[in-house]
Design a binder for this molecule. Structure first.
Ligand SMILES: *Cc1c(COP(=O)(O)O)cnc(C)c1O
Length: 372
């Protein structure tokens, strides 16, 4: 039984502050949020017992795939239910360690495209640097959850120097994506060190940060951080909102501060069974993203990574969902629905294969023929 009586269930900020015996000022401090992440199934059960969570079962999961959720992210839950879309993304699920899961740890074969440890080079002109395996929240659908059990191997200094040496010697690379884990778990001076060394390489024209911090720990986006990041433009920022409940005043403010520093913010969602695979939820998510000036960039078909299988939908269902959305939404709301495949083929747009487009093309054939 949870500590919150049924009728009064509301895992909001007020409740969590009194639970942690903390102040509003603590809540706004990202270090407080990080330090007080819920990482033990027992604590999650005592907070949410009524959802039917069972700590014993979850411990078997967290011994393979650890859990972490900021108090802020937990406060976004809207229902006391085990299928709440926020809880589903951060609470361990016994299906993650199902013995019938035949999926691979590394379906995109990233590990074979690392010329130096943790630098993924799959496309000629851009590279992805995994600068940490730590995150504010461990998303249960993470396609890199294979790294969670051995965080920060090798340590940042060794790994980053090797990356810099490789990048400096590879003039065809013009863009570097700083990713992880979540790079924004580092303090500003460490981050600045990374950005500055990349900026020193003349052929690196564009930097990109991939971080879910605006969604799961928006207080990390401070004035100081934005002032620092601003110096390293052109810098693009990709985050990951998956559900409209994640678009709050706090997350909108974080995105706005980045935008004010001249850093465009785009969104990469993952299509997740039970979270956003209904046209109503997806449409609301995309509309609300447009409202906070965050451009939907990709909607990823969920990768077949071990421990994530229960989040996968079938691609036909995804295409049907996107078809419904295309016909209803402004172009500025529309992400590319893509399937990532190993190697340099990369992200294959699934929307291009939709029946609606084929029919449209047929209908307007005379129009296309005119230009042939
Ligand atoms: C997705 C990805 C990129 C970036 O691809 P874009 O289509 O430019 O967003 C770069 N490197 C790797 C390894 C990736 O998986």
């Amino acid at each position: 039984m949870g500590i919150i009586p049924e009728a009064e269930w509301d895992l909001d900020k007020k409740f969590l502050l009194s639970y942690f015996n903390a102040s509003s000022k603590d809540w706004r401090d990202w270090r407080w949020q990080f330090k007080n992440r819920v990482t033990r199934p027992e604590l999650l059960e005592s907070l949410l017992g009524k959802t039917g969570l069972n700590a014993e079962k979850l411990k078997a999961v967290t011994s393979v795939y650890p859990m972490a959720a900021t108090p802020y992210y937990l406060s976004l839950m809207q229902t006391p239910k085990i299928n709440d879309p926020v809880l589903v993304q951060c609470a361990p699920d016994p299906r993650e360690i199902s013995s019938s899961d035949r999926a691979e740890d590394d379906p995109l074969q990233e590990d074979c495209h690392m010329p130096v440890p943790k630098l993924v080079h799959r496309y000629p002109d851009r590279c992805l640097a995994i600068v940490t395996e730590l995150c504010a929240v461990y998303c249960r659908h993470c396609n890199r959850k294979r790294f969670w059990s051995r965080p920060n191997q090798p340590g940042l200094k060794t790994r980053f120097q090797k990356m810099i040496d490789y990048l400096a010697a590879s003039p065809q690379i013009r863009e570097v994506i700083i990713s992880g884990g979540d790079p924004l778990i580092y303090d500003d001076p460490i981050l600045e060190g990374l950005l500055a060394s990349l900026r020193d390489i003349p052929h690196i024209e564009v930097l990109r940060i991939g971080s879910r911090v605006p969604v799961v720990m928006p207080m990390r986006v401070t004035k100081d951080l934005c002032r620092m990041l601003k110096k390293y433009r052109p810098l693009w920022f990709n985050t990951q909102f998956n559900h409209p409940a994640e678009i709050t005043r706090d997350s909108a403010r974080a995105c706005h501060m980045l935008q004010e520093a001249g850093i465009p913010v785009s969104n990469q969602s993952v299509l997740l069974n039970g979270v956003n695979n209904s046209p109503e939820v997806m449409k609301k998510l995309l509309y609300n993203l447009q409202t906070i000036s965050v451009r939907p960039y990709y909607l990823f078909h969920c990768d077949p990574a071990r421990g994530c299988t229960h989040f996968r939908t079938n691609p036909q269902e995804g295409v049907a969902l996107m078809e419904k959305i295309w016909s209803q939404c402004s172009g500025l709301c529309l992400p590319q629905y893509v399937l990532d495949v190993p190697g340099s083929a990369g992200k294959i747009p699934l929307n291009a294969m939709s029946k609606a487009i084929k029919n449209d093309l047929k209908k307007h054939k005379h129009f296309f023929d005119k230009f042939q």
